[in-house]
Design a protein around this ligand. Structure first.
Ligand SMILES: Nc1ncnc2c1ncn2[C@@H]1O[C@H](COP(=O)(O)OP(=O)(O)O)[C@@H](O)[C@H]1O
Ligand SMILES: [Mg+2]
Length: 363
């Protein structure tokens, strides 16, 4: 859908912002450009909608060189979202969004209807429609920015650090929302960020750039973390990448082990080891400490709360969390209905990651 062919950008003052870079972005996916500030991300992105012209090389959108397209017509097919949303301060939220369909020749009524639908799509209450941008939180403004970019239903969306100005909790919500929207809308999204975690969460493919507009690596997140191409990428993805990888490794090779269990509401004898207490539907309720004397049927107040539960099939990070948060060091694995399956240790989880990291036959 978008193809950069040996594009280079040298500004008038001699700064080389992008150095002969080639990259192709698959239709219907989120591709992320990530790298430190000043490495040429914005320059590269703006060449797609002709806000910046390359010094040499070509950018193709849908197979056509963008230089052969009329800029205004080209931009109608490309939504653009920037940091701080870039909203018109003196127009209401609804009018900010409706501007785009109006520009495209829709009637006022149609444009407002479309704007209302988009507000809902990005998860904003209809009451906000009449407010002005300054009356919204940063996260809400960003959602309006996304709604406006989607207003013309463009096949391509360019997003330049759209979530960088909001606090981390709101940012996570916006990221989740983008993934949900993408599931529904199937746009081709080119997303710029300096945050490697955001890149890995959102990108089906991630292009890591370094100073001077060099492409250091272009890969799927899993490969980026497993096999960083060079020292720059290694440093950039960070030392804790083994832990990050847990999100991607398939949990099939995780084999939960049995542990002693007791049934709530029944009489239990005194024993030396920790036992997992289950209710009468087989769901884990907590741990019974060693040497506990129970006089009569076992009740919940005798139990120590277990850590988080790991639902089989979920990302492995959850299994490690479960093991590390349990009083026994044993993470409880449940089936999708919440029924007890078995337990895993942190060591066991890390072993699975390690196996996954080294293809068979290699030391
Ligand atoms: N109009 C310009 N004139 C000269 N240099 C520029 C201009 N715009 C950006 N630059 C420089 O080009 C490099 C890349 O900038 P930019 O693409 O904005 O990077 P990023 O978005 O990755 O932070 C930086 O060194 C920046 O200072
Ligand atoms: Mg930038």
């Amino acid at each position: 859908m978008i193809e950069f062919q040996a594009v280079r950008k040298e500004y008038q003052n001699g700064t080389v912002a992008v150095h002969e870079l080639s990259l192709s972005v698959r239709t219907g996916t989120i591709t992320v450009l990530v790298g430190p500030s000043g490495c040429g991300k914005t320059t590269l992105m703006r060449m797609v909608n002709r806000m910046i012209e390359p010094s040499s090389g070509k950018v193709l959108v849908g197979g056509t060189d963008v230089r052969e397209r009329d800029p205004a017509e080209l931009r109608r097919g490309i939504g653009y979202v920037i940091q701080q949303a870039g909203l018109f301060p003196h127009r209401t939220v609804l009018d900010n969004i409706a501007t785009v369909p109006l520009l495209h020749g829709r009637s006022k009524q149609e444009a407002r209807k479309r704007a209302g639908d988009l507000l809902e799509l990005v998860g904003l209450q209809p009451e906000l429609a009449k407010r002005y941008p300054a009356q919204l939180s940063g996260g809400q403004q960003q959602r309006v920015g996304v709604a406006r970019a989607l207003a013309a239903d463009p096949p391509v969306l360019l997003m330049d650090e759209p979530f960088s100005a909001v606090d981390p909790v709101v940012r996570e919500g916006l990221q989740d929302e983008l993934l949900r929207l993408q599931d529904e809308l199937d746009k081709t999204v080119l997303f710029v960020t300096h945050d490697i975690d955001e890149a890995i969460k959102l990108g089906e493919k991630v292009a890591v750039l370094r100073q001077g507009g060099h492409l250091a690596q272009y890969a799927e997140p899993d490969d980026l973390l497993a096999e960083p191409a060079d020292d720059f990428v290694t440093a950039f993805v960070g030392r804790d990448r083994g832990y990050r990888r847990l999100s991607f490794v398939d949990s099939d090779s995780l084999r939960p082990q049995p542990v002693d269990t007791v049934q709530l509401g029944t009489r239990v004898d005194r024993q030396q080891q920790w036992r997992l207490a289950l209710d009468d539907t087989g769901k884990p309720r907590g741990w019974l400490p060693p040497e506990t004397e129970v006089d009569g049927p076992l009740t919940e107040d005798r139990l120590v709360a277990g850590g988080s539960l790991y639902s089989r099939g979920a990302p492995l990070r959850g299994a490690l969390d479960a093991a590390l948060s349990a009083p026994t060091g044993l993470g409880v694995v449940v089936d999708p209905d919440g029924g007890y399956v078995g337990v895993v240790t942190a060591e066991h989880v890390l072993g699975v990651i390690e196996q996954h990291r080294r293809p068979e036959g290699l030391p």
